[in-house]
Design a protein around this ligand. Sequence first.
Ligand SMILES: Cc1cc2nc3c(=O)[nH]c(=O)nc-3n(C[C@H](O)[C@H](O)[C@H](O)COP(=O)(O)OP(=O)(O)OC[C@H]3O[C@@H](n4cnc5c(N)ncnc54)[C@H](O)[C@@H]3O)c2cc1C
Length: 803
Amino acid sequence: MRNSARVVVIGGGVVGASVLYHLTKAGWKDVLLIERGELTCGSTWHAAGGMHTINGDPNVAKLQQYTINLYKEIEQVSGQSCGMHVTGGIMLAGTRERLDWLKMTKARGRYLGMELEIISVDEAARLCPLINKQHFVGALYDPIEGHVDPYGVTHAYAKAAQMAGAEVVRHTRVTALEPRADGSWSVLTERGNVHAEHVVNAGGLWAREVGRMVGLELPILAMEHQYLITEDLPELKGQKEALHCIDFEGEIYTRQERGGMLLGTYERAGVPWSPRETPWDFAHSLLPNDLERIAPSLEVGFEHFPALGRVGIRKVVNGPFTFAPDGNPLVGPVRGLRNFWVACGVMAGFSQGGGVGLALSRWMVDGDPGADVWAMDVARFGDWATLAYTNAKVRENYSRRFRIRFPNEELAAARPLRTTAIYERLEGEHAVFGEYCGLEHALWFAPSAAEASEEVTFRRSNAHLHVTAECRAVREAVGLLEISNYGKFEVTGAGTEEWLSHVMANRVPRVGRIALTPMLNERGRLIGDFTMARVAADRVFLVCTYAAEDYYRRWFERHAPPPGVSVRPCAMQYAGLSVAGPLSRGLLQSLVREDLSSAAFPFLSFARMDVGMIPALVGRISFTGDLGYEIWVTSEYQRALYDLLIAAGSAHGLRLFGGRALNAMRLEKSFGTWAREYRPIYGPYEAGLGRFVDLKKDSFIGRSAALEEKESGGKLRLVTFSVETRDADALGDEPIWHDGRVIGWVTSGGYGHSVQRSLALGYVPRDYAGLTGGFEIEILGERCKATPLGAAAFDPDGTRMRS
Ligand SMILES: Cc1cc2nc3c(=O)[nH]c(=O)nc-3n(C[C@H](O)[C@H](O)[C@H](O)COP(=O)(O)OP(=O)(O)OC[C@H]3O[C@@H](n4cnc5c(N)ncnc54)[C@H](O)[C@@H]3O)c2cc1C
């Protein structure tokens, strides 16, 4: 074993081997993979090897497509067969809702170039004669599903990497990791030490334990998973290899395995494995079978696929594999650690392993993953994702693997966990809560406790009328919204302005003013949108997306401020309430000494004020697009502030509103939001944020790329559409058609209650942005006429928020 390497990859499962291969492909050849047993001895060896392109996040779906297309390449390079069987697959719907979901999936696949097809039950039975038609109403066909040989794939990656100069060391456990002063690592192993510039944790079942070597508690949990293989089926004899099938109602998947069938299930009562610590002596091992546990699924399976019930079971496999709380991988550099990377929590190694390796290798070599990997970025989980939280969410996620997640559905596990001081007050007002980063926030308010729950649906729900009333209150009088669930940073010290000016694309505002600003990466792509409020010469208060707090912190570490400037995350130290609507000024004026007239405190002003007895920071800004104020207080004052505003508000017709109404109103104003309209695949001019990029500044991160985008015009444009639809609005990821061709995609949509129209925001190629007709948006399988609105649907001149 060499004693130094540019990169040490810990773990020789399918993921570590893929990372190794991609590093060599990207030009880093001095790379070493250390495996404690044989390659594949963790989860990889007993996997069913199934692969598919579909994923809830289109960007992850793209990486899955990449993975599947990669197998031919690594076979060719390495000479090692991957044992590919591309049979095609069908997803079976047993209910109308499921068929709606499949139609949505098919539509989403369109702009990713997937050739998915909705087929009838008869067609499904023709493709897969084993099904009992009476249980199904339709299916989705995907021609590029199939399975691979886990051993073959892992060895093909490893061999191809070795041929390019990588080294693979087996039977050697990494026992400790010690950081060195220069950011590199001492990797301590059972067979000596290695000095590595970078370390990758691809420890799979032991990724948690490897994380703990550097003081990191990764949100990962292994679950037991069982599949069985039947004796040979006479029905399969002499036939073409059977298709892969997912039967959502049965919660099972099937595929052919030699002359029999493989049947696996994600049962509702899933069982975690080694919830606290993974034993080091577990290698090439399986767990005892527990057919009893999956008996309910098997019963349904045998009804839906009767031939399977007529033959015996040849083999049962029960093995563990890991999940993150939302089921997507954990990839990327870890905040607070230098040159430490993770590629773990990969629950579908044969669909995702290639994409994970590609993204991580680019990130390490080029400083950027080269694709939008937000959905699998390790930074999406903060400290709130503890071991027990992870346990609750992973069990929930596992049990729901084949269940529909409706767009308005809030999941119940691990709740309530984080609450603000007014939680009980809002509960008393019949709030229906949503969860975001473990934090409860009000989605909408019901008229009574009995009505405070929401039916889950792809269409408008029972919340619709109540949200209409909340929007009306804001547009006609005044509404009160809790805004604590934003991320916040305080940047202080001499040099604050210079540093922020370097990191953000816009100008730092003068004292007492607010500026909106994109944050760009070196490629000029959007990696954040912030509100900068200048409290004092050397103190700026930043408001941003809370879910991205760790993502931003990691960026701020990489572009560290000079000595003397402190960047302090303070999301939960500051709680917030916002009052918005034409009467909001009158309400707030009754509680403060300062003059709030537009002349004295115009739009985008920011000041320290006492609201009643409460010291607060007040900004004149509102995401509703109406006259409005955001009031920030340290958390201990939030309840008093709430009570004060409620008491004073009764004279002004104050009404509570929630996140649903806010979303509807921001759509009416064409205001984008992080992770929907603003993602690292878009530039600021494409996203309509060009006016917040100050190219007069000599330098800031991403300036030259932004200048280039401005001059060239970029490739895309964000457009607001009015959509002709009956009772189902666009939600995001629907295809945008023009003259019979898919040319773009929706980023978010919903009903604009004040303008009484269904609205959607989406990206189209720049040349299409000026067109006025010929557009359609596909919602639940129906192409609905969509008309581009040249400007925001509500108050396009912005007079209301400025008045
Ligand atoms: C029953 C079953 C069926 C499955 N079916 C499918 C399927 O059909 N399709 C699909 O895509 N996925 C499937 N999976 C999931 C798949 O197995 C995983 O996604 C994949 O194996 C994860 O690979 P990995 O490399 O991250 O982890 P692992 O395979 O666990 O690899 C991690 C490796 O790291 C090594 N290691 C850890 N710590 C150290 C250390 N300190 N020093 C040295 N080495 C170390 C381990 O020995 C291990 O070899 C299935 C899993 C199970 C259990």
